[in-house]
Write a protein that binds this ligand. Sequence first.
Ligand code: GTP
Ligand code: MG
Length: 340
Amino acid sequence: MAKKETETTDSEPERKFNEDTDIKDLPGVGATIASKLRNAGYEDVISLATANPMDVIEICEIGEPTAKKIISAAQEAANMNFVSGLEFEERSKAVQRISTGSNALDILLGGGVESQAITECYGEFGSGKSQIAFQLAINVQLPKEKGGLEGHVIWVDTEGTFRFSRVEQLAKVKGLDPKEALQNIKVGRAYSSEHQKALVDKIAGMINRDPKIKLIIVDSMMALYRAEYVGRGTLADRQQKLNVILHNLQRLADRFNVAVYMTNQVMARPDMMFGDPTAPVGGHIIGHVATYRIYLRKGKKGLRVAKLVDSPSLPEGEATFQISADGITDAEDEDAKKTK
Ligand code: GTP
Ligand code: MG
């Protein structure tokens, strides 16, 4: 973390509030407004700091000046103000990358899955979203020269698809002790979207206790939200809740220089006549937050094709890789490489 002008000390005594401050203690909030905000999904300083004033006006039934005051108090507490270009440069120099196991896929992503960013992978069932997660959870544990960060992992499992046997298998392939590899992955099984949010809220504390954590996996991001919010009436509510959890994840990525990898299902788009009739669940809301979006599809001969979608900094492109018992690797045979 970048230091303030005053030198060595880590503490910032002049800041009365910080991102762990209870929202009811923020100037202008209080118990009544805090409870309205919580009901609407704004449970902490970070989510409030990124809120839209119009929403806050509506939710709390307060005037615009008060809403703005509350949001700016939250931003102050979250320390989300300007940083110098130099600090910005320092931060981006600290970006680290985790290899996916496939060179081609790493290149597509600009060198691997990035810290300080959310990488979202979407595609149909069996396209390899979870397999990439398993591989990353192993690769991040490797030394730098082997594409890792000697890091630990937090895995939020919303579908009950975490497999310890797959972790052990992939660990062996990479020469890691299988039990140790499992030990380094903390798995939280989420049973509802509220529970998922609560698990994510615990992550900051976990990283404070174990700074070796370098990767957060959410597999899958939307399953529970999708199941719980059926029908159009609740869609706005769902997007609001999603917005909060996604921003919390982005904030974790920034604050702790960790990578976030999340998976997402696709849904059929019957209204679409041309092109790929699939779209990620959650629509644009994830797209606006995720820094990298990969669309996965099945190719010929059991290969997979990854397409980078809407990246702000990298050209669109595709990479072909394969999934086998040994995990994610580059596609082997020559004609397979030409598969589109
Ligand atoms: P959903 O979660 O169902 O949406 O799919 P997903 O995209 O997460 O698929 P997943 O990552 O689980 O991919 C599973 C696919 O990986 C299988 O269908 C196989 O085609 C392929 N695969 C190849 N070798 C292996 C292996 O040794 N173990 C496993 N589990 N999968 C393999
Ligand atoms: Mg899966």
